[in-house]
Design a protein around this ligand. Structure first.
Ligand code: PMP
Length: 412
């Protein structure tokens, strides 16, 4: 695949042009939230200046225009993940809401005593906590697939659970947000389906960074957030296999999701409206559509190729920092996330010194406390890369880590 010049891409992002504490900004926290190119900011601005109205209800021009833009954004989402049917793409607030939707709607209707939900130790809390709530309510059980010492999933454990328990659903993150492991989702789906289980994929860290095709992966649910893929905060997506979504009860009740309401009860609207109660975030959906256009123009193969290069460079460069421990696999199955610790300096101290150098990284448990327990750490520092990061950013990170060592290091 062709690639692109990340320094040129960076020019499309106004926020990245500023200095922080008198230093140029090196933004290395895109796994938490990405920055937005001008085209996305302008799409939001244009929507509110020219097209804003509530959708579906109005018969006037503005409402029809807002409705058309909302539908068009949904079509873009469907093409981006190769969904066979745009009506199976439900707009939600974020990946967390999509995961709760599946747990509360599908889980409440389909889980009971004796049933198992299989998750993994690489999951973000948002793909753990909703299942803890629902399995407790329904008397079902959760099992967690462990990792090996490189941070790869132990598929032998998945097979064991699939063979020995009544597994109804396997929930797995496509890319681990704390370690960067790219999980073999198609392989996991094949094994789960052979045992009669559904597969829910958390695409929060994969959909922004690599081509994701729900048909090729042969999965049942995919969730992701717009704000991690150059889009606005407040918009996310649940894709589900149509027949499964059609059989599921609503998650939230209210306006727009009904066919008919009487004092005795209600009937539900067709997809996707059944799962979109209340006034949706139309402008944010339009902004997400603009982000998808931008990513598509870069080319998702090129986005992935760029990340493969920059993470390889980062792993090589950071390995030279004395006292560093790097976590996660080093191979083709590694996305643009690098978690590390430095001597016994607390990750929060690392992050705040880096901040004074203009380098923004995340420090903490990354909403993956079961994984931190497994790794035997309370927290890590994490640098994550995206389309606007170049080798220069990696160099600035590595140099700033030398400053951290000078301040905190052995003998300091
Ligand atoms: N899953 C993964 C793998 C994530 O990295 C995140 C965000 N850190 C989420 C889910 C939750 O995303 P959001 O906060 O946008 O709902």
């Amino acid at each position: 695949p062709g690639t692109f010049d990340a320094r040129k891409v960076k020019q499309d992002f106004p926020i990245l042009q500023q200095t922080i504490h008198g230093k140029p900004l090196t933004y290395l926290d895109s796994a938490a939230s990405s920055q937005k190119p001008s085209v996305v900011i302008e799409a939001l601005d244009a929507y509110y200046r020219a097209s804003n109205a509530n959708i579906h209800r109005g018969v006037y021009w503005l409402s029809e225009r807002a409705t058309a833009l909302y539908d068009e954004a949904r079509e873009k989402v469907a093409r981006f993940i190769n969904a066979p049917d745009a009506r199976s793409c439900v707009f939600v607030r974020n990946a967390t809401e999509a995961l709760n939707l599946v747990a509360y709607s599908w889980g409440r209707a389909n889980l009971g005593p004796g049933d198992t939900v299989v998750l993994t130790l690489l999951e973000h809390h948002s793909n753990i906590v909703p299942w803890q709530i629902i399995t407790a309510e329904r008397g079902a059980t959760i099992r967690y697939v462990d990792i090996d010492d490189d941070g790869r999933l132990r598929l032998d454990q998945l097979d064991h659970y699939l063979r020995t328990e009544r597994v109804k659903l396997v929930g797995v993150t496509h890319v681990a947000n704390a370690l960067g492991t790219i999980n073999p989702v198609a392989e996991i789906a094949a094994r789960a389906h052979a045992a009669g289980a559904l597969v829910l994929v958390d695409g929060a860290q994969s959909v922004p960074h690599m081509p994701v095709d729900v048909q090729a992966l042969d999965i049942d649910f995919l969730v992701f957030s717009g704000h991690k893929m150059l889009g606005p905060m407040g918009i996310g997506v649940l894709w589900g296999r149509r027949e499964i979504l059609e059989a599921m009860p609503p998650f939230l009740g209210g306006g727009d999701m009904i066919r008919e309401v009487t004092t005795c009860g209600s009937t539900w609207a067709d997809l996707p409206a059944k799962f979109e109660a209340g006034t949706p975030s139309v402008g944010d959906a339009v902004g997400l559509g603009a982000a998808i256009d931008y990513l598509t123009a870069l080319g998702m193969d090129a986005v992935r190729a760029h990340e493969r290069e920059i993470v390889a460079y980062a792993l090589e460069r950071l390995a030279q920092v004395p006292g560093i421990t790097l976590y996660g696999p080093t191979g083709e199955d590694r996305a643009g996330v690098v978690s590390f610790t430095l001597d016994d300096i607390h990750p929060h101290d690392i992050a705040s010194i880096l901040d004074s150098e203009g380098v923004a990284i995340r420090a903490g448990h990354h909403c993956a406390q079961p994984l931190m327990d497994r790794l035997g750490v309370v927290a890590t520092a994490r640098a994550s890369f995206y389309v606007y990061n170049s080798e220069e950013d990696v160099d600035r990170l590595a140099d700033a880590l030398q400053t951290v060592r000078r301040i905190f290091g052995p003998g300091a």
